[in-house]
Design a protein around this ligand. Structure first.
Ligand SMILES: [Zn+2]
Length: 393
């Protein structure tokens, strides 16, 4: 990039002419960077030096015991391969119960039978990590609020308090879970439910503020029997009750043992064609999901066919937790290499980069506007609590 030195910025006609020529060049260069798909800002084939491969729509900086990668180290890991990334912790903490595992300190939810519990401090931790960065580095992250209990009618109040305490930071909420294999039943207190009014109040608050929602909800039960009811219908009803919300259904509903049900492609095409679900998008994050979608040529071709039909509805994310190296962090991206080849160049670009920018930029804009209108403004009277029966959100 060309910059004029201080001495050159004066009223000398020659310098003025030079200045306008340089300005024109800079403008042209910026336009090239913005619109040329093979430029450094956008995506080439991913093989060239200095080209970004993707924006990460699903990323956990910390793990189930709230430990993780230093945010500056994370910037190094993203390097010139990942342009932007979501930034969230894990909403629950695995308890280390000495009675259960003794000296063994569990790191993961499958390491111990001791319960998980909602860990609200994660939001402050993520906000402070983000705020420790320069403005230029902050621009590469979209932090998300996760530390709320979705069975609590006060959950929306927590989310609001986070926005009020850390204005200018958060873009959305999630990834949080309602029905998730192994996890939901392990969390202390009430089990989460898609029909819980507390969840509706969270979604309503996101409609009001513009906070983007990343929800994990398994599409089926682990080891389902034929005709066993699952929770999908309740989930789609929830989405339809909140048409103003910007929703991402994480992992297209799949899990470690929640496999794609039979005819999953057809089921998905129905959802994609439903005009009442146009505000719902899907991330194909997690290596467990890549294993299903990349299992053979026929599945790859069908996945590519559906994404090519609805290229604006899918996002790529890693779903990595506290990665330790760039190589490990890029692993799931490369598991999808056959998909990147099978998609049209336009669809591939949208899934890896374009949809992220469109959705997260739109959400951030709305949230900043809500904050400007609400944060720090004098409150008329104490707000009604749900116990009063008055509607709050
Ligand atoms: Zn995740």
């Amino acid at each position: 990039m060309v910059f004029l030195s201080k001495e050159m910025v004066n009223t000398n006609p020659t310098v003025m002419k030079m200045k306008s020529t340089y300005s024109l060049l800079v403008v042209l260069l910026l336009q090239l960077i913005s619109f040329c798909p093979s430029s450094a800002q956008a995506v080439g084939d991913g093989k060239g030096q200095g080209t970004f491969l993707f924006n990460d729509a699903h990323f956990h900086l910390t793990n189930y015991v709230q430990e993780g990668t230093d945010i500056r180290e994370m910037l190094n890991i993203m390097g010139d391969k990942i342009h932007r990334s979501t930034l969230f912790g894990i909403p629950v903490q695995q308890q280390w119960s000495y009675r259960v595992t003794g000296d063994f300190a569990p790191q993961y939810y499958l390491d111990s039978d001791a319960p998980l519990y909602y860990y609200s401090f994660t939001d402050a931790y993520i906000a402070m990590a983000y705020k420790s960065l320069s403005k230029a580095d902050q621009a590469r992250f979209d932090p998300m609020i996760t530390g709320f209990n979705p069975t609590d009618m006060y959950a929306a109040a927590h989310i609001r308090r986070v926005l009020e305490t850390f204005p200018g930071v958060f873009t959305g909420i999630g990834e949080f879970s309602i029905h998730k294999e192994f996890v939901s039943s392990k969390i202390s207190g009430d089990v989460a439910s898609l029909t819980d009014p507390a969840l509706d109040s969270i979604f309503s608050f996101c409609e009001e503020t513009g906070l983007l929602i990343i929800l994990h909800n398994d599409v089926d039960d682990p080891f389902p029997k034929p005709s066993t009811p699952n929770y999908t219908e309740d989930m789609l009803k929830l989405f339809k009750r909140h048409p103003q919300a910007s929703i991402t259904w994480a992992h297209i509903g799949l899990g470690r043992i929640v496999k794609p049900p039979l005819e999953y492609g057809k089921f998905f095409e129905k959802i994609l064609a439903d005009p009442e679900l146009k505000h719902v998008n899907f991330d194909i994050s997690w290596d467990e999901v890549a294993k299903y979608l990349m299992q053979n040529d026929q599945v790859i071709a069908n996945t590519a066919r559906i994404i090519n039909m609805y290229p604006d509805r899918f996002l790529f994310g890693t779903d990595n937790v506290a990665p330790s190296s760039q190589e490990k962090h890029l692993n799931v991206y490369h598991m999808y290499d056959p998909l990147w080849k099978a998609l049209t160049p336009e669809a591939s670009y949208m899934v890896r980069m374009g949809n992220y920018e469109r959705l997260f930029d739109a959400a951030a804009k709305r949230v900043r506007a809500w904050e400007a209108a609400n944060v720090g403004k004098p409150k008329k009277a104490p707000e009604p609590t749900p116990v009063s029966g008055a509607p709050k959100y």
